[in-house]
Design a protein around this ligand. Structure first.
Ligand SMILES: Cc1cc2nc3c(=O)[nH]c(=O)nc-3n(C[C@H](O)[C@H](O)[C@H](O)COP(=O)(O)OP(=O)(O)OC[C@H]3O[C@@H](n4cnc5c(N)ncnc54)[C@H](O)[C@@H]3O)c2cc1C
Length: 247
């Protein structure tokens, strides 16, 4: 831990005046911390999957599992059925409802989280800056992602919260007055009650689920382990405590 007059977590944090009075005079710099733009990363992964031969059906919501007797034979969508030997469900907060007909326990809460997208002078925020009032990161040169408090209420209240957060950001950084709000929104995070739920949701292995928090951080490791389990049929030791309880 160093004083912010010599450390400057991002190198751009004000060391004098109002911001240091509000945020204190110390900062912790963690060089190994890193962040990604989850939307951009997901888009890149989907494109890579398509390049490897995967077919992606955009805008095709799964309405239910396709039950054939006791067995799940695929999924049903508005455009018709899609057969599958194993259905892999990664539908976030929708996983419990889709698995409703199955004898499996999937206690998953939905937790709201709001983000704003902001343009800023490139380098204004370097890496991630977190303090009791906000967390902000630069996801690419000049593009910031800023956490917002979740507001339950009409759009005008959420708009107000986004502008208030922008105001706090502007006050905290030299050059912050050039920050502009591009947009904001709320997402629903799937939060399993007892940790990640990863594995088969039926005894006959026709449905496999993967739902966890924090999904982005865990995704690289879990994705590799899940792919390995599905392809080889060998259970991954690391996932043994994550299995859904199949009745
Ligand atoms: C504002 C915010 C900030 C976050 N920050 C972080 C962070 O800093 N670090 C971190 O690790 N995690 C973070 N998270 C949590 C992280 O985003 C989630 O853990 C992660 O997105 C869960 O991934 P998932 O693929 O399981 O579910 P989701 O990302 O929810 O994806 C589910 C997908 O399934 C689709 N789907 C749902 N139902 C159906 C259906 N019936 N048919 C077809 N498709 C369907 C949805 O459209 C969606 O594309 C954050 C979340 C939010 C909202």
């Amino acid at each position: 831990m160093r004083s912010d007059t010599d450390a400057h977590h991002s190198g751009s944090r004000r060391s004098t005046g109002r911001s240091s009075a509000r945020f204190g005079r110390q900062a912790v710099h963690i060089p190994s911390d890193a962040g990604v733009d989850a939307t951009a990363l997901t888009t890149a992964l989907v494109a890579a999957a398509e390049a490897h031969g995967a077919t992606v059906r955009y805008g095709t919501a799964v309405t239910s599992l396709h039950l054939s007797g006791e067995r799940v034979a695929g999924v049903l969508t508005a455009t018709g059925p899609h057969p599958a030997a194993t259905v892999v469900l990664t539908a976030g907060t929708d996983v419990p409802a889709l698995c409703g007909p199955l004898p499996v326990d999937l206690p998953v809460a939905s937790s709201p989280a709001a983000l704003a997208r902001i343009t800023a002078p490139p380098g204004l925020v370097r890496t991630i800056v977190a303090n009791p009032e906000f967390e902000v990161r630069e996801v690419r040169d000049g593009d910031l992602v800023l956490t917002l408090p979740h507001v339950d209420g009409p759009p005008a209240l959420r708009e107000r919260a986004a502008h208030d957060a922008l105001g706090r950001l502007r006050t905290a950084f030299r050059g912050g007055d050039q920050c502009r709000l591009v947009g904001h929104g709320t997402g629903w995070r799937p939060v399993p009650a007892h940790g990640p739920l990863i594995g088969y949701a039926t005894h006959d292995r026709s449905v496999y689920v993967a739902v966890m928090h924090s999904g982005v951080t865990l995704a690289p490791t879990v994705g590799r382990l899940v792919a390995d389990e599905l392809v080889t049929g060998r259970p991954a030791r690391e996932l043994l405590r994550c299995r859904p309880r199949v009745r």
